[in-house]
Ligand binder design. Structure first.
Ligand code: LMR
Length: 328
Protein backbone atom coordinates (compact mmCIF):
# COMPACT_ATOMS: atom_id res chain seq x y z
CA UNK A 1 0.00 0.00 0.00
CA UNK A 2 2.78 2.40 0.93
CA UNK A 3 4.46 1.94 -2.47
CA UNK A 4 1.17 2.40 -4.32
CA UNK A 5 0.46 5.57 -2.35
CA UNK A 6 3.88 7.00 -3.17
CA UNK A 7 3.46 6.13 -6.85
CA UNK A 8 0.02 7.73 -6.91
CA UNK A 9 1.35 10.86 -5.22
CA UNK A 10 4.16 11.10 -7.80
CA UNK A 11 1.61 11.06 -10.58
CA UNK A 12 -0.44 13.89 -9.17
CA UNK A 13 0.44 17.17 -10.82
CA UNK A 14 -0.93 20.46 -9.65
CA UNK A 15 -4.02 20.96 -11.74
CA UNK A 16 -5.88 24.26 -12.01
CA UNK A 17 -8.82 24.47 -9.63
CA UNK A 18 -12.24 23.40 -10.81
CA UNK A 19 -14.38 26.35 -11.94
CA UNK A 20 -17.29 27.28 -9.66
CA UNK A 21 -20.38 27.34 -11.84
CA UNK A 22 -23.26 29.74 -11.21
CA UNK A 23 -26.96 28.86 -11.29
CA UNK A 24 -28.30 29.08 -14.80
CA UNK A 25 -24.97 28.43 -16.50
CA UNK A 26 -24.74 25.39 -18.73
CA UNK A 27 -22.03 23.14 -17.25
CA UNK A 28 -19.55 21.66 -19.74
CA UNK A 29 -17.54 18.85 -18.17
CA UNK A 30 -14.29 17.86 -19.90
CA UNK A 31 -12.72 14.60 -18.75
CA UNK A 32 -9.23 13.52 -19.79
CA UNK A 33 -6.49 11.18 -18.64
CA UNK A 34 -3.22 13.14 -18.68
CA UNK A 35 -1.57 15.61 -16.32
CA UNK A 36 -3.55 18.80 -15.67
CA UNK A 37 -0.59 21.02 -16.57
CA UNK A 38 2.81 20.81 -18.28
CA UNK A 39 1.32 18.57 -20.98
CA UNK A 40 -0.07 19.61 -24.39
CA UNK A 41 -3.54 18.20 -23.69
CA UNK A 42 -3.69 19.28 -20.06
CA UNK A 43 -2.73 22.83 -20.98
CA UNK A 44 -5.05 22.97 -24.00
CA UNK A 45 -7.99 21.84 -21.85
CA UNK A 46 -7.14 24.50 -19.25
CA UNK A 47 -6.93 27.21 -21.89
CA UNK A 48 -10.25 26.14 -23.38
CA UNK A 49 -11.91 26.29 -19.95
CA UNK A 50 -10.37 29.69 -19.21
CA UNK A 51 -11.68 31.18 -22.42
CA UNK A 52 -15.14 29.65 -22.11
CA UNK A 53 -15.40 30.77 -18.50
CA UNK A 54 -14.31 34.33 -19.30
CA UNK A 55 -16.07 34.86 -22.60
CA UNK A 56 -19.26 32.86 -22.03
CA UNK A 57 -19.68 33.84 -18.39
CA UNK A 58 -23.36 33.63 -17.41
CA UNK A 59 -24.10 31.25 -20.29
CA UNK A 60 -21.61 28.41 -19.93
CA UNK A 61 -19.14 27.11 -17.38
CA UNK A 62 -16.43 24.57 -18.16
CA UNK A 63 -14.94 22.21 -15.59
CA UNK A 64 -11.88 20.11 -16.47
CA UNK A 65 -11.19 16.77 -14.79
CA UNK A 66 -7.62 15.59 -15.61
CA UNK A 67 -5.63 12.44 -14.61
CA UNK A 68 -8.44 9.89 -15.29
CA UNK A 69 -10.15 11.37 -12.22
CA UNK A 70 -13.61 10.87 -13.71
CA UNK A 71 -13.28 8.34 -16.53
CA UNK A 72 -10.66 6.42 -18.50
CA UNK A 73 -10.72 6.68 -22.29
CA UNK A 74 -13.04 3.71 -22.84
CA UNK A 75 -15.64 4.79 -20.31
CA UNK A 76 -15.58 8.42 -21.35
CA UNK A 77 -17.15 7.62 -24.71
CA UNK A 78 -20.19 6.09 -23.00
CA UNK A 79 -20.25 9.02 -20.60
CA UNK A 80 -20.47 11.43 -23.56
CA UNK A 81 -23.49 9.61 -24.94
CA UNK A 82 -25.13 9.50 -21.51
CA UNK A 83 -24.54 13.23 -20.99
CA UNK A 84 -22.35 12.69 -17.92
CA UNK A 85 -19.58 14.71 -19.61
CA UNK A 86 -19.69 16.93 -22.68
CA UNK A 87 -16.08 16.90 -23.89
CA UNK A 88 -13.25 14.39 -24.08
CA UNK A 89 -10.03 14.07 -26.07
CA UNK A 90 -8.94 10.43 -26.28
CA UNK A 91 -6.05 9.59 -28.55
CA UNK A 92 -6.98 8.72 -32.13
CA UNK A 93 -5.84 5.15 -31.41
CA UNK A 94 -8.77 4.59 -29.10
CA UNK A 95 -11.76 4.82 -31.44
CA UNK A 96 -11.61 1.36 -32.99
CA UNK A 97 -14.99 0.41 -31.56
CA UNK A 98 -16.58 3.30 -33.50
CA UNK A 99 -14.59 3.72 -36.72
CA UNK A 100 -11.70 1.96 -38.42
CA UNK A 101 -10.77 5.07 -40.42
CA UNK A 102 -8.67 6.48 -37.58
CA UNK A 103 -6.32 3.53 -37.96
CA UNK A 104 -4.71 5.87 -40.47
CA UNK A 105 -3.14 7.93 -37.69
CA UNK A 106 -1.49 4.86 -36.16
CA UNK A 107 0.38 3.73 -39.26
CA UNK A 108 4.04 3.67 -38.16
CA UNK A 109 6.27 6.31 -39.75
CA UNK A 110 3.35 7.82 -41.70
CA UNK A 111 3.80 11.42 -40.61
CA UNK A 112 7.28 12.96 -40.70
CA UNK A 113 6.60 15.41 -37.90
CA UNK A 114 3.95 17.53 -36.20
CA UNK A 115 3.72 20.02 -39.05
CA UNK A 116 2.57 17.18 -41.33
CA UNK A 117 -0.39 16.46 -39.08
CA UNK A 118 -1.25 20.17 -38.99
CA UNK A 119 -1.31 20.20 -42.81
CA UNK A 120 -3.37 17.00 -42.95
CA UNK A 121 -5.84 18.34 -40.36
CA UNK A 122 -6.36 21.46 -42.49
CA UNK A 123 -6.93 19.44 -45.70
CA UNK A 124 -10.40 18.46 -46.95
CA UNK A 125 -9.90 14.71 -46.27
CA UNK A 126 -8.61 15.57 -42.80
CA UNK A 127 -11.65 17.74 -42.04
CA UNK A 128 -14.06 15.11 -43.37
CA UNK A 129 -12.55 12.52 -41.04
CA UNK A 130 -13.76 14.56 -38.08
CA UNK A 131 -17.23 13.33 -38.96
CA UNK A 132 -16.52 9.60 -39.26
CA UNK A 133 -18.51 8.78 -36.14
CA UNK A 134 -21.71 10.81 -36.56
CA UNK A 135 -23.61 7.55 -37.18
CA UNK A 136 -22.82 6.52 -33.60
CA UNK A 137 -23.53 9.93 -32.12
CA UNK A 138 -20.08 11.54 -31.87
CA UNK A 139 -18.73 14.70 -33.51
CA UNK A 140 -15.04 15.54 -33.78
CA UNK A 141 -14.41 19.21 -33.01
CA UNK A 142 -10.71 19.19 -33.92
CA UNK A 143 -7.43 17.34 -33.77
CA UNK A 144 -5.15 18.16 -30.87
CA UNK A 145 -1.62 16.97 -31.49
CA UNK A 146 0.60 15.81 -28.71
CA UNK A 147 3.90 14.69 -30.18
CA UNK A 148 5.69 11.77 -31.76
CA UNK A 149 5.95 8.50 -29.85
CA UNK A 150 9.17 7.03 -28.48
CA UNK A 151 9.87 3.52 -27.24
CA UNK A 152 11.22 2.69 -23.83
CA UNK A 153 11.92 -0.63 -22.12
CA UNK A 154 13.76 -2.20 -19.23
CA UNK A 155 16.74 -2.77 -21.54
CA UNK A 156 18.38 -0.70 -24.31
CA UNK A 157 16.52 -0.73 -27.65
CA UNK A 158 18.59 0.29 -30.65
CA UNK A 159 17.17 -2.09 -33.23
CA UNK A 160 13.67 -3.56 -33.40
CA UNK A 161 15.21 -6.98 -32.79
CA UNK A 162 16.32 -5.76 -29.34
CA UNK A 163 12.63 -5.81 -28.43
CA UNK A 164 12.14 -9.50 -29.31
CA UNK A 165 10.29 -11.37 -26.59
CA UNK A 166 9.57 -8.26 -24.48
CA UNK A 167 6.06 -7.24 -23.48
CA UNK A 168 4.92 -3.70 -24.33
CA UNK A 169 1.93 -1.80 -23.03
CA UNK A 170 -0.12 -0.43 -25.91
CA UNK A 171 -3.26 1.64 -26.24
CA UNK A 172 -6.44 -0.13 -27.41
CA UNK A 173 -5.27 -0.22 -31.01
CA UNK A 174 -4.95 -3.22 -33.30
CA UNK A 175 -2.44 -1.28 -35.41
CA UNK A 176 -0.20 -0.90 -32.37
CA UNK A 177 -0.64 -4.61 -31.66
CA UNK A 178 0.49 -5.50 -35.20
CA UNK A 179 3.43 -3.11 -34.89
CA UNK A 180 4.63 -4.76 -31.68
CA UNK A 181 4.22 -8.20 -33.29
CA UNK A 182 6.36 -6.99 -36.22
CA UNK A 183 9.12 -6.36 -33.65
CA UNK A 184 8.83 -9.96 -32.42
CA UNK A 185 7.45 -8.65 -29.13
CA UNK A 186 4.15 -9.05 -27.26
CA UNK A 187 1.55 -6.37 -26.73
CA UNK A 188 -0.76 -5.80 -23.79
CA UNK A 189 -3.59 -3.28 -24.02
CA UNK A 190 -3.83 -1.31 -20.77
CA UNK A 191 -5.56 1.87 -19.66
CA UNK A 192 -3.22 4.85 -19.38
CA UNK A 193 -3.59 5.15 -15.62
CA UNK A 194 -2.26 1.61 -15.18
CA UNK A 195 0.95 2.05 -17.17
CA UNK A 196 3.30 3.33 -14.44
CA UNK A 197 2.38 0.49 -12.07
CA UNK A 198 2.63 -2.12 -14.83
CA UNK A 199 6.14 -0.92 -15.75
CA UNK A 200 7.20 -0.69 -12.13
CA UNK A 201 6.04 -4.18 -11.19
CA UNK A 202 7.25 -5.82 -14.41
CA UNK A 203 3.76 -6.71 -15.69
CA UNK A 204 5.09 -5.16 -18.91
CA UNK A 205 8.69 -4.48 -19.94
CA UNK A 206 8.20 -1.42 -22.08
CA UNK A 207 5.88 1.17 -23.56
CA UNK A 208 5.61 3.79 -26.30
CA UNK A 209 4.50 7.36 -25.75
CA UNK A 210 5.21 11.06 -26.27
CA UNK A 211 7.94 12.91 -24.34
CA UNK A 212 5.25 14.77 -22.39
CA UNK A 213 3.57 11.56 -21.24
CA UNK A 214 6.89 9.85 -20.47
CA UNK A 215 7.90 12.85 -18.37
CA UNK A 216 4.65 13.79 -16.61
CA UNK A 217 3.76 10.17 -15.80
CA UNK A 218 7.37 9.51 -14.75
CA UNK A 219 7.65 6.40 -16.93
CA UNK A 220 11.37 7.21 -17.38
CA UNK A 221 11.93 6.42 -13.69
CA UNK A 222 11.00 2.78 -14.18
CA UNK A 223 12.65 2.20 -17.59
CA UNK A 224 16.24 1.64 -18.67
CA UNK A 225 16.13 4.58 -21.07
CA UNK A 226 14.17 5.94 -24.00
CA UNK A 227 14.89 5.40 -27.69
CA UNK A 228 14.10 8.36 -29.91
CA UNK A 229 12.21 6.43 -32.59
CA UNK A 230 9.58 9.07 -33.46
CA UNK A 231 7.73 6.08 -34.88
CA UNK A 232 4.15 7.21 -34.57
CA UNK A 233 2.03 10.21 -33.95
CA UNK A 234 0.19 10.80 -30.70
CA UNK A 235 -2.79 13.02 -31.38
CA UNK A 236 -6.25 13.39 -29.93
CA UNK A 237 -9.73 13.91 -31.21
CA UNK A 238 -11.54 16.61 -29.28
CA UNK A 239 -14.91 14.92 -29.28
CA UNK A 240 -18.43 15.60 -28.12
CA UNK A 241 -21.86 14.12 -28.61
CA UNK A 242 -23.90 15.12 -31.61
CA UNK A 243 -27.00 15.38 -29.44
CA UNK A 244 -25.37 17.82 -27.00
CA UNK A 245 -23.81 20.01 -29.69
CA UNK A 246 -26.97 20.20 -31.75
CA UNK A 247 -29.06 20.91 -28.68
CA UNK A 248 -27.23 24.21 -28.07
CA UNK A 249 -28.78 27.53 -29.03
CA UNK A 250 -27.21 28.49 -32.39
CA UNK A 251 -25.47 31.62 -31.05
CA UNK A 252 -24.09 29.72 -28.04
CA UNK A 253 -22.88 26.93 -30.31
CA UNK A 254 -21.21 29.39 -32.69
CA UNK A 255 -19.43 31.20 -29.88
CA UNK A 256 -18.31 27.91 -28.33
CA UNK A 257 -17.04 26.51 -31.65
CA UNK A 258 -15.15 29.72 -32.42
CA UNK A 259 -13.34 29.45 -29.08
CA UNK A 260 -12.66 25.73 -29.71
CA UNK A 261 -11.12 26.48 -33.12
CA UNK A 262 -8.92 29.27 -31.79
CA UNK A 263 -7.73 27.19 -28.85
CA UNK A 264 -7.04 24.23 -31.16
CA UNK A 265 -4.82 26.40 -33.38
CA UNK A 266 -2.87 27.94 -30.52
CA UNK A 267 -2.53 24.67 -28.57
CA UNK A 268 -1.20 22.83 -31.63
CA UNK A 269 1.33 25.61 -32.24
CA UNK A 270 2.70 25.13 -28.70
CA UNK A 271 3.17 21.33 -28.86
CA UNK A 272 6.64 21.09 -30.42
CA UNK A 273 8.10 23.48 -27.83
CA UNK A 274 6.46 21.68 -24.94
CA UNK A 275 7.62 18.30 -26.20
CA UNK A 276 11.20 19.59 -26.47
CA UNK A 277 10.99 20.94 -22.91
CA UNK A 278 9.73 17.65 -21.50
CA UNK A 279 12.42 15.73 -23.44
CA UNK A 280 15.02 17.98 -21.82
CA UNK A 281 13.50 17.43 -18.37
CA UNK A 282 13.89 13.67 -18.84
CA UNK A 283 17.58 14.18 -19.64
CA UNK A 284 17.97 16.55 -16.68
CA UNK A 285 16.47 13.87 -14.44
CA UNK A 286 19.39 11.64 -15.45
CA UNK A 287 17.60 9.28 -17.80
CA UNK A 288 19.27 8.14 -21.01
CA UNK A 289 17.84 9.07 -24.41
CA UNK A 290 19.19 6.95 -27.26
CA UNK A 291 19.34 8.67 -30.64
CA UNK A 292 19.25 6.33 -33.63
CA UNK A 293 21.78 6.36 -36.46
CA UNK A 294 20.24 6.55 -39.96
CA UNK A 295 20.92 2.80 -40.39
CA UNK A 296 19.23 1.94 -37.10
CA UNK A 297 16.25 4.12 -37.96
CA UNK A 298 15.93 2.38 -41.33
CA UNK A 299 15.76 -0.98 -39.52
CA UNK A 300 12.73 0.27 -37.53
CA UNK A 301 11.04 1.65 -40.64
CA UNK A 302 11.63 -1.60 -42.55
CA UNK A 303 10.42 -3.80 -39.70
CA UNK A 304 7.15 -1.88 -39.50
CA UNK A 305 6.37 -1.54 -43.20
CA UNK A 306 4.32 -4.81 -43.33
CA UNK A 307 1.94 -3.32 -40.75
CA UNK A 308 0.59 -0.91 -43.37
CA UNK A 309 -0.61 -3.72 -45.64
CA UNK A 310 -2.76 -5.22 -42.90
CA UNK A 311 -4.82 -2.06 -42.50
CA UNK A 312 -4.90 -0.48 -45.98
CA UNK A 313 -8.36 -1.92 -46.65
CA UNK A 314 -9.91 -0.50 -43.44
CA UNK A 315 -8.43 2.93 -44.01
CA UNK A 316 -8.61 3.33 -47.79
CA UNK A 317 -5.76 4.09 -50.16
CA UNK A 318 -7.08 7.61 -50.89
CA UNK A 319 -6.78 8.61 -47.24
CA UNK A 320 -3.29 7.15 -46.91
CA UNK A 321 -2.21 9.12 -49.97
CA UNK A 322 -3.76 12.32 -48.63
CA UNK A 323 -1.89 11.87 -45.35
CA UNK A 324 1.40 11.19 -47.14
CA UNK A 325 0.89 14.27 -49.27
CA UNK A 326 0.81 16.31 -46.06
CA UNK A 327 4.46 15.40 -45.44
CA UNK A 328 5.77 17.72 -48.11
C1 LMR B 1 -2.11 6.61 -23.80
O1 LMR B 1 -3.05 5.90 -23.43
O2 LMR B 1 -0.92 6.28 -23.77
C2 LMR B 1 -2.43 8.00 -24.31
O3 LMR B 1 -3.57 7.93 -25.10
C3 LMR B 1 -2.68 8.91 -23.17
C4 LMR B 1 -2.95 10.30 -23.65
O4 LMR B 1 -4.10 10.70 -23.62
O5 LMR B 1 -1.99 10.96 -24.04
Amino acid sequence: FATAAVAAACLTFAAPALADCDDGEMVIKFSHVVAGSGHPKGDAATLLAKRVNEEMNGKACMQVFPNSQLFDDDKVMEALLLGDVQLAAPSLSKFEAYTLKYRLFDLPFLFNDLSSIDRFAASEPGKELLNSMTDVGFVGLGYWSSGMKQFSANKPLLLPTDAAGLKFRIQTSDVAEAMIAAMGANAQKLAFKEVYGALQTGVVDGQENSWSNIYTQKFFEVQDGITETNHQLLAYLLVTSDEWLNGLEPDVRDQFLTIVNEVTTSANAAVAGQEAENRQKILDAGSEIRVLTPEQRKAWVDAMKPVWDKFRGDIGEDLIEAAQAANS
